[in-house]
Design a binder for this molecule. Structure first.
Ligand SMILES: *Cc1c(COP(=O)(O)O)cnc(C)c1O
Length: 377
């Protein structure tokens, strides 16, 4: 049996007819940029995240742009410091660097694998303008704790941009990922919990003023066609075809998240007696799992398991093998050691876990992982 890590064809073919119909609709309407499909998606996503009239969504080109637009909307620029984590996808940090701000890394918590809020205070300086916690793999960083910290430090001037690119549908004390801080950045890269058939992203915020700034920033700085209101801006628009597809996929989000959570639960139960570890949710978090990540005891065991699974036809990926602060581009700019991040990167492995994974496929993965350990022991 051959099991791909991710089977994007299969997931999209499940709703092929609806997608074809949506594309046809856009062609016949002849409206391709910032039209009714984008407006509908922005309203539907805002409603999904927070209910009626309480929040706003700006569709854009990618999750990276969602982060960039959020930082730009706050006037963050060269020399400003932005606190984030190194155990994340590169775009989190690329967005900060793209506006020439300085990423300041804090370590992650050894159990939840997301920003260790107890380490944030030491990294805050007078230059700190924003904090970008990442809800990695679907598990949420505790934004409420972070808000309390900033309040206690009288630093509520620091804005919080939640990187929710991997957490569509995750909740903390009932609140959706992306709705607790000042901005929530979402990606609809094809493999995410909601994936477009191409690039796209969105920013959520509760403030109408911030939202209207975002909507200008993504459209050259224009308020409406040919009338500038800001002296800078980019082209980062969500297009109508992707928006129509996202409108369909949003209606499947909870169902697909549910399927993935079930797969994750089975892994957890089946592997309970094995020497491997799972990410812990922070208190009050109900994660919509984005990836099925396990951690082994050490790098050697992890690498052997990768090879063993490959030989048995099972695809795995490491998210992420080199922490961002260890990338060669940062080597001329030494960053303090992040021991939890560095240790974890050596031990993690993502197993197949997606809405199209069949029961018998997961059974095969489980059997193979178990046999790796029984052979070894
Ligand atoms: C995917 C991802 C992004 C960036 O999204 P793009 O749409 O690819 O630009 C940012 N942060 C995290 C944590 C991601 O996983």
């Amino acid at each position: 049996m051959k099991i791909q890590f991710f089977n994007l064809q299969k997931i999209n073919l499940e709703i092929e007819d609806e997608i074809n119909q949506a594309v046809q609709t856009v062609i016949h309407r002849g409206e391709f940029i910032l039209g009714q499909a984008v407006k509908k998606f922005e309203e539907e996503l805002a409603y999904y995240l927070l209910g009626h009239d309480q929040g706003y969504v700006t569709g854009c080109n990618s999750g990276t742009d969602a982060l960039i637009l959020s930082l730009l909307a706050e006037g963050i620029s060269a020399g400003d410091e932005v606190i984030t984590v190194s155990h994340t996808a590169i775009p989190t940090v690329a967005a900060i660097c793209a506006i020439r701000a300085k990423p300041v890394f804090v370590d992650i918590d050894p159990e939840t694998w997301v920003m260790d809020m107890s380490k944030v205070a030491y990294s805050i300086t007078t230059q700190t303008k924003a904090i970008v916690p990442v809800h990695l793999y679907g598990n949420m960083a505790n934004i409420f704790e972070l808000k309390n910290l900033l309040r206690d430090m009288k630093r509520e001037d620091i804005i919080i941009v939640e990187d929710a690119a991997q957490a569509h549908g995750s909740r903390l004390n009932g609140a959706h990922a992306g709705t607790i801080g000042d901005y929530g950045a979402f990606s609809f890269y094809p493999t995410k919990n909601i994936g477009a058939l191409g690039d796209s992203g969105a920013v959520f915020c509760r403030s109408k003023d911030n939202d209207s700034r975002l909507k200008k920033l993504r459209n050259y700085g224009q308020k409406d066609r040919y009338h500038l209101q800001l002296n800078y801006g980019i082209n980062s628009r969500l297009d109508e075809i992707q928006a129509e597809i996202l409108n369909i996929k949003l209606t499947y989000l909870d169902k697909w998240n549910e399927r993935k959570s079930r797969i994750m639960d089975v892994y957890r139960t089946e592997f309970a007696d094995l020497p491997l570890f799972f990410q812990k949710c922070c208190a009050g978090c109900k994660a919509a799992w984005h990836l099925g990540v396990i951690a082994l005891q050490d790098r050697l065991t992890r690498d052997r398991l990768v090879e063993y699974l490959r030989l048995h036809g099972i695809g795995t990926i490491i998210h992420y093998p080199v922490p961002v602060h260890k990338q060669t581009t940062f080597s001329s700019n030494p960053v303090k050691r992040l021991s939890v991040t560095e240790d974890l990167a050596d031990r993690i492995l993502s197993l197949p876990m997606n809405p199209a994974l069949l029961y018998e496929e997961q059974e095969h993965v489980i059997k193979t992982v178990r046999s790796f350990f029984t052979k070894k022991l």
